[in-house]
Design a protein around this ligand. Structure first.
Ligand code: SF4
Length: 93
């Protein structure tokens, strides 16, 4: 394992290239450099998934095509709580 590399549940978007209409609002919006234009398809693509902010879903919220998916928040939080050995810390659903 490299320094800074973590294990556990991952949080980053997945983009449905079939739905993406290449408006690139998500690429321009995200200040974390997670997303980029795929030079071949000219669609949005995930470039740096490790930069994504856990539980952020801003890019998905702004996509008019509903082309961006993120993990289920509740399932992600449950996984984190289990890793910490503290499942009682979960927020009420
Ligand atoms: S979920 Fe948030 S941090 Fe992650 S790519 Fe989208 S806007 Fe950026």
């Amino acid at each position: 394992m490299q320094v800074g590399q973590t294990t556990g549940p991952a949080w980053f978007p997945a983009i449905d290239a079939e739905l993406c209409m290449s408006d690139m609002n998500c690429v321009q919006f995200c200040g974390r450099d997670v997303l980029a234009v795929d030079p071949e398809t000219r669609k949005a693509a995930v470039r740096n998934p490790q930069n994504c902010v856990a539980l952020c879903d801003a890019c998905a919220q702004m996509c008019p095509q509903d082309a961006i998916r993120l993990p289920d928040k509740r399932r992600f939080q449950t996984s984190i709580a289990r890793l910490r050995g503290n499942p009682e810390s979960l927020p009420a659903s």
